[in-house]
Design a protein around this ligand. Structure first.
Ligand SMILES: Cc1ncc(COP(=O)(O)O)c(C=O)c1O
Length: 439
């Protein structure tokens, strides 16, 4: 292996200065091959009666990413009408999408929803209100619905902010409301043919297993028409070297065994569905930043880089850790946290962005204090590359804070070529919707 390579994509550090000079920094970088390999792993999950994989496009909604993923055969999970419309504008038909949303579309949005459903979008009912509102239309159009069940069980997320199954989360039709949905469905002859539960992101795989058992219990006892069962997303990815990635094959084997036992006990064959976002794209992504300044206080050595929380909010939002790589201006790899090199001789640096916000750092503790990262000593002008940023970075950042422009994004294609997949935002694009009011 080339010693100048780093991270899960084994990226050659020599390319970083070249790329930075061509497209500027900060910059989002993705890897097609990595995304495709993740898709293959998911598609190969064991299953007894068929597997349907949907990519949760909220993780990264860029059209090139969507095309790579759907090109591999994954369909989409959309969390808003806007996401569905955006995917459709990338050429993906509504027949390949399911909508799982907190929205309650009325007026024009309701018309939009009906148009999408007529075009093949699957609707995953997430509340009693949503069901009451869609029931007439579902009956008239003869469509089958999916139902997202709120299991009332905590612990499915890596943190409370990513736990969607606890009593302090409000996603899906709570078990208390399921009887009312069923009663109305029976009265109107609407078939609930899919049951869906998503317990959160990045939680303990054991919780994923527990959810399989619990959900199959709901399907058996409450949903006689269900022919599909979706276990949601949430598969844990190891961004840092000490983290443990979910074992996809083992989780699939567990689900397959339970679904096969379900068939033995009930005579019902269930197709399995999953909808990961993180697992597909997280480790395909890097953010390339350049060191623009160094400062020292009585407590900390700081590196100021040209991109921070406006590109990646996860450290501030969740206390998430992302591996830091330091690369010299000549392309020499100085240190890589992911690969744990060098083993000794590193120094602690607080790595911060340019925003006027004390939490604008790549590493923070639960109280919002900046945590120093152990790296090799760099110079101004060297590169700080932040790993594990393919998911919930571009799609989830407080972009335009301090009027910074959303950076460009590039992808390393399967061929090894680098292509621009999104241009850097212009100042005009930031201000174009502002209205000049006469004062
Ligand atoms: C309904 C639903 N499905 C799937 C996902 C994807 O989760 P992850 O990116 O952890 O796989 C999410 C994430 O929030 C979600 O809300």
């Amino acid at each position: 292996m080339n010693e100048n390579c780093f991270g899960p994509t084994k990226f050659n550090a020599v390319r970083i200065p070249e790329i930075a000079q061509q497209w500027g920094t900060p910059l989002y970088l993705h890897d097609q091959q990595y995304i495709e390999n993740s898709c293959d792993q998911l598609l190969n999950m064991p299953n007894p009666f068929g597997l349907h994989v949907r990519y949760a496009m909220k993780a990264n909604s860029d059209r090139t990413v969507l095309r790579v993923v759907t090109g591999k055969g994954l369909d989409l999970d959309c969390s808003s009408l806007a996401e569905a419309a955006r995917a459709n504008s990338a050429g993906i038909p509504y027949t390949r999408m399911m909508l799982t949303t907190q929205e309650v579309p009325t007026g024009e949005e309701r018309q939009e929803l009906e148009t999408m459903i007529r075009a093949g979008l699957k609707y995953n009912v997430c509340s009693l209100t949503q069901f009451r509102l869609i029931a007439d239309f579902a009956k008239e159009s003869g469509i089958e619905l999916s139902i997202r069940v709120h299991p009332g069980a905590a612990g499915g997320g890596e943190s409370q902010t990513r736990d969607t199954g606890s009593e302090y989360s409000c996603f899906g039709v709570h078990l208390n409301d399921v009887p009312a949905v069923k009663e109305l469905a029976d009265e109107m002859g609407i078939r609930l043919t899919q049951v869906h539960v998503h317990i959160g992101s990045g939680g303990d795989p054991e919780k994923w297993r527990e959810n399989i058992d619990r959900e199959l219990g709901f399907v058996r006892d409450l949903f006689p028409d269900a022919v599909r069962v979706s276990f949601g997303g949430g598969l844990k990815v190891a961004r840092m070297s000490g983290e443990k990635q979910a074992d996809i094959a083992a989780l699939g084997a567990y689900a397959a065994r339970r679904i096969a036992e379900f068939k033995e006990a009930t005579g019902r064959e269930l197709k399995m569905e999953i909808e990961p976002g993180t697992f597909v794209v997280a480790n395909s992504g890097h953010i390339i930043t350049r060191i623009i300044d160094k400062k020292l206080t009585n407590e900390m050595n700081f590196l100021i880089v040209d991109g921070g929380m406006e590109l990646l909010t996860r450290p501030l939002l969740y206390g998430s850790e992302h591996p830091v790589t330091i690369i010299r201006q000549d392309g020499t790899l100085l240190s890589s946290e992911y690969d744990q090199i060098p083993a000794t001789g590193t120094k602690p640096y607080g790595i911060v962005g340019r925003c006027c916000e004390s939490g604008d750092s790549v590493r923070l503790d639960g109280d919002g204090n900046i945590v120093p990262v152990l790296i090799a000593e760099p110079e101004i002008g060297d590169y700080v590359v932040i790993g594990g940023t393919g998911a919930y970075s571009e799609s989830m950042s407080p972009e335009n804070y301090n009027s910074h422009r959303k950076p460009a994004a590039i992808m390393k294609m399967r061929t090894g070529e680098f292509v621009l997949i999104r241009k850097k935002q212009t100042l005009q694009q930031i201000i174009e919707n502002e209205v000049d009011v006469v004062l």
